[in-house]
Design a binder for this molecule. Structure first.
Ligand SMILES: [Zn+2]
Length: 120
């Protein structure tokens, strides 16, 4: 399953920034998902929750920012949101377009609690 490896990847990225001993303080992982990234959000959320269960990250929630698929048109110089994967300009029908957004799949932020004072 595609989403399972993506969820694992997200968790690996978190692990690069937060050492295992501090991972139980991770509250929120924000992921930016483009409409064309080929990810089923529900499935990704399910896999993420399944993987972090019984790990120090179990307290974390994943938040997804959805980015629409947009193309910039070189014929009419306008940028518009369109159906994911359709690179025709919806305004003038030109094929002379450039994909501006919608292919994102990235971890954009981590929210980590401060250590509890006095706790080791
Ligand atoms: Zn156009």
């Amino acid at each position: 399953m595609h989403e399972l490896s993506i969820a694992q990847n997200i968790i690996d990225i978190v692990g690069r920034y937060v050492p295992p001993a501090e991972q139980e303080r991770v509250r929120k992982v924000t992921v930016r998902l483009g409409a064309l990234a080929g990810v089923v959000p529900d499935s990704l959320a399910f896999c993420f929750t399944a993987i972090i269960h019984h790990t120090p990250l179990a307290n974390a929630v994943m938040e997804m920012e959805h980015v629409p698929f947009t193309v910039a048109c070189r014929s009419c110089n306008r940028t518009s949101a369109t159906e994911p994967g359709i690179v025709l300009c919806p305004l003038c029908g030109s094929r002379d377009t450039e994909i501006m957004s919608g292919t994102e799949l990235q971890v954009v932020s981590l929210e980590v609690d401060e250590p509890t004072p006095g706790a080791l």
